[in-house]
Design a binder for this molecule. Structure first.
Ligand SMILES: [Fe+2]
Ligand SMILES: [Fe+2]
Length: 294
C-alpha cells in the first residue's frame, strides 16, 4: 500500500521591508500598509511561521502545500524572503498565489510571484498557460489554481476566470480517465462557496467552479483566505460529495478555536485495487508551539 503524507498551511503573510523604496507605498499599498501596521501586527506574528517550519521537520512529509497570501504587499523583497525560507526547509513545497500576492495591478502584471517562486510551482500546464498546473506524485495529483487578482482598496475578491475554469475542467477530466488511482487535490486561495465569506472577499465565479466540480469531481479542495477553519462540501458527479477544507492563517495569534493558527497533515493511501483514502490530522498553535489536536 502506498502512503503519501503532505501538509497544508496558508496565509503566512510574510513581511520583509528591507531595501524597500518609499515609492512602493504610493498606491494601494498606502491603505494596505497602514492597515497592516495599525491592526495586523496585533493579530499576526510573522515569526510564528518559523515555528511551523520547525514542527514540520519531524513529520516525515512528502510535501508542503501553501494556498496563497504568502506575502502582505506582493513586494519582490517579501517574495525573495519567502523563497529563501522555503528553500532552506529541505522539503518539497508547492505554492499558489492569494490576493495579497497580486496586491497591486503592477505586481500582478509583472508576474513577480510566479518568477520569484517558480521553484515551488512545478507541474504540467496546458499550452503554456500558468494555471492550473498539475503535479502528480505518488497517489496524489495536486491541481494548483490561481484566484489572485488585483482589487480596489478594501476589497479582497478573487476570480478564476472562464479560461482557467475551462482548463481546470479538462485537467480534472483527464486525471480521472488517465490516472484514476490518484486523488485529485485542488488548491485555490479563496473559499469556493459564498456561504463562507463576505461579499467583498469572495470568489466571483464560485458558481462556475462548483459546476466544474459537479461535472468532473475531485477528491479534496483546499483553501485559505478566510483565516478560519472551514469544513464543507460541494456536489460531485453521480451524487458524490467533494470535501472542502479551509485552514486558518499559520501566523494568527488568536485564541479563538476557529481562528487559531494551524496546519493540517493529510495521509493519502492507495491500495492494490486503486482505492484511495485520505485522513487528516490538524496541528494547532497553543501559544508556544504547534501540537496535534482538533
Ligand atoms: Fe490572508
Ligand atoms: Fe486572502
Amino acid at each position: 500500500m502506498a502512503v503519501y503524507r503532505f501538509a497544508h498551511c496558508s496565509d503566512i503573510h510574510q513581511l520583509f521591508l528591507a531595501g524597500l523604496w518609499p515609492f512602493a507605498f504610493f498606491n494601494k499599498r498606502v491603505t494596505g500598509g497602514l492597515n497592516l501596521l495599525l491592526n495586523r501586527r496585533r493579530h499576526y506574528r510573522g515569526e510564528q511561521f518559523g515555528a511551523l517550519l520547525d514542527a514540520l521537520g519531524p513529520l516525515a512529509l512528502d510535501r508542503l502545500v501553501i494556498t496563497g497570501d504568502l506575502t502582505n504587499l506582493a513586494l519582490a523583497s517579501e517574495l525573495v524572503y519567502v523563497r529563501q525560507q522555503l528553500a532552506s526547509l529541505g522539503l518539497e513545497v508547492t505554492v499558489i498565489p492569494g490576493n495579497h500576492d497580486a496586491y497591486t495591478r503592477g505586481a500582478a502584471r509583472s508576474g513577480v510571484f510566479e518568477r520569484e517562486l517558480a521553484p515551488f510551482m512545478a507541474g504540467e500546464r496546458e499550452d503554456g498557460s500558468l494555471y492550473p498546473f498539475v503535479l502528480a506524485e505518488g497517489p496524489v495529483a495536486f491541481v494548483g489554481c490561481s484566484s489572485a487578482i488585483p482589487t480596489a482598496p478594501f476589497s479582497a475578491r478573487g476570480e478564476l476566470g472562464e479560461a482557467q475554469l475551462a482548463r481546470l475542467d479538462r485537467a480534472l477530466d483527464r486525471l480521472a480517465r488517465d490516472q484514476p488511482e490518484r486523488a485529485r487535490v485542488v488548491l485555490v486561495h479563496h473559499p469556493v462557496s459564498p456561504a463562507h465569506t463576505g461579499p467583498r472577499r469572495g470568489l466571483v465565479d464560485h458558481a462556475g467552479f462548483a459546476r466544474v466540480i459537479e461535472r468532473r469531481g475531485a477528491e479534496l479542495v483546499l483553501h485559505g483566505h478566510e483565516h478560519r477553519a472551514l469544513d464543507y462540501a460541494l456536489h460531485g458527479p453521480a451524487g458524490r460529495v467533494v470535501q472542502v477544507h479551509g485552514i486558518p492563517s499559520a501566523i494568527a495569534t488568536s485564541a479563538d478555536p476557529a481562528r487559531r493558527a494551524a496546519f493540517a497533515v493529510y495521509e493519502v493511501t492507495s491500495d492494490a485495487v486503486g482505492t484511495v483514502a485520505i485522513a487528516r490530522t490538524r496541528h494547532l498553535w497553543d501559544g508556544a508551539r504547534f501540537a496535534p489536536g482538533e
